[in-house]
Write a new protein. Structure first.
Length: 95
């Protein structure tokens, strides 16, 4: 999932990225609904972007926080710790 950074959409590169997009939700500013709908109308015209949509969010000290759990998981990652050692999964099952 990528997030619009508020930079000029005209700065997109061939691959659809560039300074207008980030993998971090913290880089995404909040917009009014009217502004967001206008930007979405522009974004859907870019064939490199697949399925762009708006995310409702609240402002926090750490950046936007999506209101829906689905977008929180997509923007912030899983809700549980994922072991970095696959062997620990087998050991945990055997215990």
């Amino acid at each position: 999932m990528i997030f619009f950074t508020g930079k000029d959409l005209a700065t997109l590169t061939q691959d659809g990225f560039g300074p207008a997009w980030s993998l971090a939700i913290a880089d995404a500013p909040l917009f009014s609904l009217a502004e967001a709908e206008t930007l979405l109308a522009i974004a859907v015209q870019n064939p490199a972007l697949v399925g762009p949509y708006l995310v409702e969010a609240d402002a926090t000290a750490h950046g936007p926080r999506p209101l829906k759990m689905r977008e929180r998981i997509r923007g912030e990652g899983p809700t549980v710790d994922i072991p970095t050692n696959p062997a620990s999964l087998t050991q945990a099952k055997a215990a």
